[in-house]
Write a protein that binds this ligand. Structure first.
Ligand SMILES: [Zn+2]
Ligand SMILES: [Zn+2]
Length: 596
């Protein structure tokens, strides 16, 4: 049985304990759970487990390789005796202490570990909140065990024991345990570890034993007179799992980029969190941390949205469990496709709770993800349903958005009909391309979709407003067509494909020009979407006419759905902004009479 399968089997136990803690908290009148926060923490745990599967080499793989080639002591069988197991656990716990301590005191290690600390609540769901980038560097700390000849299996088991032990200590419902708190990691001393109070920060790193904290001077008991304030000193303020993982890497990269001193460009990554080069701190000052100004992040959510998010989450939890169960025997390409799909779903639920996208848009992203993953893994029955369904949902999202608006225009008087036409033509194209022998009708349908998009992007904006972007797109389009021409495009298709390349190029160039005129986030999103569309079509054509691409369905459909989702969401948001700013006052539909 693989470690991923053990985690799946442990999941009902985790949830049962979470439920018990929740009920106990309610009964005592001090509930420590908030729905959105717990959901975000568990989502990050799911992603962390799923990403471990994607980098098998970095997990046990590197350890095994190091064990095979660097082990200084031959395997005498000692490590599989009882004293051997205990010693291995002690050894692991010691190295974990240093792994964890450097995770708090070295910028680049903190960038991974920060995810575990971002929650402003402290409960059992916080224990599951783990980083996805940990496998990238975490293995470095355990090489001494490989040198000492601890076999990979023993290493994997003690690592799992150390991890599972730490689950129960993430609770606010268990108070002081007396002497136990001094010597073993416990709820009391680990609460201190998660606190940002001056006297608590960077204390109590131990995984199972507190011995290491006593030896190396990092032990701090909990003081009932100073309640713990949880989270990080620069709060995440987001339910976005991608941003949660990227937050500190981005900040470090930004500081490293901005500083003029070469040594500081490197130092940023190695210094403790919060350290900044003098020139960067002067140019981009940050408020010093003040515990009295800490605010809990809680964007408003209605009850129906919460219920919807809960159901999506349950479905995704099932998806991740199935993924982890089969991941060790599945092909890497299948794992990559399903990981991407599950990630998209978890991102969408976070974005919904944050008020960034609507319920319809969540369904759109999920359908697109299922369509892509089912195509990439050859699950035809599912693909036959979700490929057409995705565009149907896209149409429904646009219609619902139009109905909820006071004004029925969308980037101009015909905006809404043009967007609906583009999506309807895409739906037809999707269906034609699924069926054998209908490549030409498929091409024609997408040609119509592009023409509708071009007309949409022309609304209120001049033709090809950004000349250099237009030339760039023309060069790419010409290059693409040349590759196809010499790569094996049948002579009968040269004309239709040329028309198609012209249309998609014009669409991308028009969207880029529109973004440089409107200069706002939504039109940039639309432009990125249009560029993705061009990429998707290029991949599709190369795969079909020049040479088959590895994982072609994943890349072609992944970029296609990214394009459609970005364009739909970008256009709807741009229209909302324009409506607020009254950007198209002359194009507004006449107001309906209240009695009509
Ligand atoms: Zn920590
Ligand atoms: Zn913790």
């Amino acid at each position: 049985m693989s470690p991923s399968q053990i985690i799946v089997l442990a999941t009902p136990v985790f949830f049962a304990l979470i439920a018990i803690e929740f009920v106990v908290g309610l009964r005592r009148g001090r509930n420590t759970y908030r729905f959105d926060d717990a959901l975000n923490s568990i989502s990050l745990g799911m992603l962390s487990q799923a990403s471990v599967v994607l980098v098998p080499l970095l997990k046990i793989g590197i350890y095994t390789a190091a064990f095979n080639s660097l082990s200084l002591v031959p395997d005498t069988g000692f490590w599989t005796t009882l004293p051997g197991w205990l010693l291995a656990l002690l050894f692991y716990d010691f190295l974990y202490y240093w792994n964890h301590r450097l995770g708090h005191t070295v910028g680049i290690f903190w960038a991974a570990h920060v995810v575990h600390h971002q929650s402003q609540d402290y409960n059992l769901s916080t224990a599951l909140r783990q980083p996805s980038s940990y496998p990238l560097l975490g293995w470095v700390f355990y090489l001494p065990m490989a040198l000492a000849g601890v076999p990979p299996l023993v290493f994997a088991v003690v690592a799992l024991i150390d991890l599972l032990y730490q689950f129960w200590i993430h609770t606010g419902q268990i108070g002081s345990l007396g002497r136990f708190d001094r010597w073993f990691a416990s709820p009391s001393n680990h609460r201190v570890h998660h606190a940002v109070n001056d006297r608590y920060v960077d204390k109590n790193y131990g995984g199972i034993l507190m011995l290491w904290d006593h030896l190396f001077g990092s032990f701090e008991p909990e003081d009932p007179r100073e309640p713990c304030v949880y989270g990080t000193r620069s709060p995440l303020n987001s339910w976005d799992p991608l941003w949660a993982n990227a937050e500190v890497y981005t900040a470090l990269a930004r500081d490293s980029w901005h500083t003029r001193h070469w040594a500081d460009k490197l130092r940023v990554w190695l210094k403790p969190p919060g350290w900044r080069p003098a020139d960067v701190a002067a140019a981009f000052p940050k408020q010093p941390f003040d515990i009295t100004t800490v605010k809990t992040y809680a964007p408003p959510v209605t009850r129906p949205v919460r219920v919807f998010a809960a159901w999506q989450f349950v479905a995704l939890l099932g998806g991740v469990a199935a993924f982890l169960w089969r991941a060790d025997t599945a092909a890497l390409s299948h794992n990559l496709a399903w990981f991407t799909a599950l990630f998209a779903g978890l991102w969408a639920v976070g974005a919904l709770l944050q008020g960034r996208i609507s319920r319809g848009e969540v369904l759109l992203i999920e359908c697109a993800a299922l369509s892509m993953a089912s195509a990439a893994t050859g699950w035809t029955a599912v693909h036959l349903v979700f490929k057409p369904l995705t565009m149907v949902v896209a149409l429904a999202v646009v219609i619902a958005a139009m109905r909820s608006r006071a004004d029925s225009t969308l980037t101009g008087p015909r905006g809404a009909s043009l967007l609906l036409a583009a999506l309807a033509a895409s739906l037809a194209g999707d269906v034609f391309l699924m069926l054998d022998g209908l490549f030409i009708p498929g091409l024609a349908a997408f040609l119509l979709a592009h023409i509708a998009y071009i007309a949409l992007f022309r609304q209120g904006v001049p033709w090809l407003a950004n000349r250099s972007a237009a030339w760039g797109v023309a060069a790419v389009g010409l290059g693409m067509y040349t590759v196809l021409w010499f790569g094996g495009l049948p002579p009968g298709l040269r004309g239709p494909v040329a028309a198609y390349v012209l249309a998609i190029g014009l669409m991308a160039a028009q969207a880029l020009g529109r973004a440089s005129v409107q200069r706002d986030g939504p039109s940039l999103v639309v432009a990125v979407g249009a560029a993705c569309f061009m990429l998707s079509d290029a991949l599709l054509a190369i795969n079909r006419f020049v040479s088959p691409l590895p994982m072609s369905a994943f890349w072609v459909l992944g970029s296609y759905y990214a394009a459609q989702c970005l364009m739909v969401m970008g256009v709807l948001r741009g229209a909302a902004i324009a409506l607020k700013a009254n950007r198209y006052p002359l194009l507004r539909a006449p107001e309906r009479h209240p009695d009509a």
